[in-house]
Ligand binder design. Sequence first.
Ligand SMILES: [Zn+2]
Length: 178
Amino acid sequence: MWRSERLAAAAARIEVELDAAWAALSAEAGEGFTDAELAELVLAEPNRHEWRIVDAALARSVCPECGAQPGAGPRGCPPCDRADGFRFAAREIDRPGVPAGNEHAIRVASAVARTRDRYSPRARAGYELLLPDLIEGALPTTAEAQAVKARINRLSPEQCDRVRSIEELTEREERTAP
Ligand SMILES: [Zn+2]
């Protein structure tokens, strides 16, 4: 399903982190809350929680309109569009030793990867190709990110969904250069 083993590993790691964040919150809340009740409390005040907890709460909720996880349903589903917007109110705390803004980039890229059907092939290629490096603590400069984007823009939608890595993107460009 994922375009590369690296991305599959990155996506799996995010899922593990979301589950761990949720388990810690549940332990802190103590007995007496169902997951659904706890999720409702978190989503009422996303700005009070770290983003993994908010995304874990979304994963434990159901959109009243479309039945998907809120924020993962089709574009144009009002509760999903709202949920996708307010997830970004959550807190982002950079890990020690990474460039400032790395955590924000991970959060955005992982949100796209986890709800990839809401995005165009170009948009999801851009974020999914970067996600494994972001998780390893890298953060592309604006120029580097623009170069990746420019290369992706020269691909067809089908090629965007097939490209597996930034290296492949670069090699491809060198092969086809005049
Ligand atoms: Zn929905």
